[in-house]
Design a protein around this ligand. Structure first.
Ligand code: SAM
Length: 281
């Protein structure tokens, strides 16, 4: 019998639509059980149903492959520092760029961070909307979710212009820059730079490489640039010159989460890149 997703899933996207899960990782299970109060036996069907609806709205690999179930910020070495700072200083602001369902933001809230200090931003309104149904918190969550295009920056007016005025101390931006070729990454980063308060940080995880350069991307004929720490620093030096700011990049490349066999997305040079980009001026 055909799985239900066969009905809504466009055929051309089959290659990045995994079979329904039979179990989820412990972090997302814990978040859904304790924060969202989903009964343990309902967690897996709930996740599969949300994945199907999310994919029908936006057929991205990160949804088809269930990557949104990885609470990325938790894997960053500054996670505890970020969480404590947000709890101890109510003036601290956190912004999640390309937040998808808002899963990392909910993890912070579940650990005691006041939700009004947190903002999510994504170009896809349906994903943020579905986030309320995923985490069952429409009535309680006080975070704002903004629909905006990082590439358009201030030229799109509100809500971006208000964000630029207020700025954030901590920006989380995972699995976003690696989607694009280097010139596009620089263009987006110039807009992101204008959202960061002095001494603020941009943190995240993305696909990196021990041989930085352009690699074929999912769309036929397109490329995306994979960084190491040094190429990422060069990019932010260029962003700094263009925005009259200065940035210090640190981070690590490792093989955690790399799919062992070569596939359409990763090759032998691929690494997980965890980065921290600090605005030093
Ligand atoms: C690969 S997903 C990563 C989601 C999440 N940050 C994570 O780590 O799992 C990329 C996200 O960026 C969003 N996005 C793509 N282009 C964007 C743009 N130009 N402006 C804002 N968000 C964008 C997508 O809608 C999607 O939610």
């Amino acid at each position: 019998m055909a799985a239900t997703h066969a009905i809504s899933k466009p055929t051309r996207h089959n290659q990045w639509y995994d079979e329904d899960l039979t179990e989820v990782n412990p972090q997302i299970r814990s978040l859904l059980e304790t924060y969202s109060k989903v009964p343990p036996e309902r967690v897996v069907p709930h996740v599969n149903a949300i994945r199907e609806r999310g994919f029908a709205a936006n057929p991205y690999p990160c949804i088809g492959h269930y990557r949104f179930l990885t609470l990325t910020l938790l894997t960053h070495p500054l996670y505890d520092t970020i969480r404590k700072r947000l709890i101890e200083d109510p003036s601290t602001r956190y912004l999640d760029l390309g937040c998808c369902f808002g899963q990392d933001l909910r993890e912070l809230v579940s650990e005691g961070v006041p939700s009004e200090q947190l903002t999510g931003l994504d170009i896809e309104a349906p994903l943020m909307e579905l986030g309320y149904e995923f985490f069952l918190d429409r009535e309680t969550l006080k975070s704002k979710f903004l629909v905006a295009d990082i590439f358009k920056g201030a030229e799109q007016g509100e809500p971006w212009t208000s964000l630029e005025k207020e700025k954030a101390d901590i920006i989380h931006c995972s699995a976003f820059f690696h989607l694009f070729p280097l010139p596009d990454q620089i263009r987006a980063a110039k807009n992101v730079a204008r959202l960061v308060r002095p001494n603020g940080i941009i943190v995240g995880r993305q696909s990196g490489s021990v041989k930085p350069g352009e690699v074929p991307a999912i769309a036929e004929g397109s490329t995306s640039f994979r960084h190491d720490i040094s190429s990422l620093q060069s990019m932010w030096d260029e962003v700094g010159r263009a925005t009259d700011t200065e940035w210090k990049v640190s981070g690590t490349l490792d093989t955690v989460g790399m799919i062992a066999k070569k596939n359409a997305v990763e090759d032998e040079n691929s690494r997980r890149l965890l980065f921290t980009i600090t605005r030093v001026r």
